[in-house]
Write a protein that binds this ligand. Structure first.
Ligand SMILES: [Zn+2]
Length: 215
């Protein structure tokens, strides 16, 4: 497995939504949300995403791939990442469309919250207390704990009301609209924003020519 952080883009303005955006074409069933497309093919992708998200340094990531890449610990972190991602997606999409989130997504995040808090401890250092991770926690588990805490921060703040879905056709990525005018529509102006601009331009040109804009 190799490190390929450039496979991922961070556009969400929030660590937990950036994790959600590693999958797309989600289908909502009664029980869970399932993505048709998943950028996490193996543990190497999760480690690469963590590097891209500045949650792990590159050297630590290489060591991690050498040591746990193919072992059970890595696989179980990958399973946890996927479950967590689906729950965060379910909660985010409900908030984005002003709907009541499913209770099993809330329960799952609550379970994860308790787990993340449990994995931390306070220690005295340099005249104050510091939050540290209990020794023995795997690096990927520490990263996923940070994602959980970021999601809790987001969902319990006013920013939860500014979770948006990209307006690009068949994009579906999520982000927090922190723009000054609260008028961000696109995951990225260079991608979906630009495509929409081109489409508008073509439609206008076709109207001016009296042509059918669909052709
Ligand atoms: Zn988009």
């Amino acid at each position: 497995m190799e490190l390929r952080p450039d496979k991922f883009k961070l556009i969400a303005g929030d660590l937990s939504l950036d994790l959600v955006n590693t999958a797309s074409s989600w289908r909502r069933t009664d029980k869970a949300c399932i993505p048709a497309h998943d950028s996490f093919v193996d543990v190497g992708d999760l480690v690469s995403w963590a590097v891209k998200a500045n949650a792990i340094g590159e050297n630590a990531a290489r060591d991690l791939l050498k040591s746990t890449g193919t072992k059970d610990a890595g696989e179980s972190s990958l399973r946890r990442a996927r479950k967590l991602r689906a729950a965060i997606y379910g909660l985010s999409i409900a908030m984005a469309v002003d709907d009541r989130p499913r209770s099993n997504d809330i329960e799952y995040l609550e379970k994860e919250r308790l787990r993340a808090i449990e994995s931390q401890k306070i220690e005295y250092a340099d005249g104050r207390l510091e939050l540290r991770h209990r020794s023995g926690a795997g690096l990927l588990e520490v990263v996923l704990d940070s994602v959980v805490l970021a999601a809790i921060d987001l969902f319990t703040s006013e920013r939860a009301k500014r979770i948006r879905i990209c307006g690009g056709e068949s994009c579906g990525w999520l982000f927090v609209d922190d723009s000054r005018g609260r008028n961000r529509h696109w995951c990225d102006m260079r991608d979906c924003g630009n495509l929409a601009k081109v489409r508008r331009f073509r439609k206008k040109a076709a109207r001016d020519d009296g042509r059918d804009p669909q052709k």
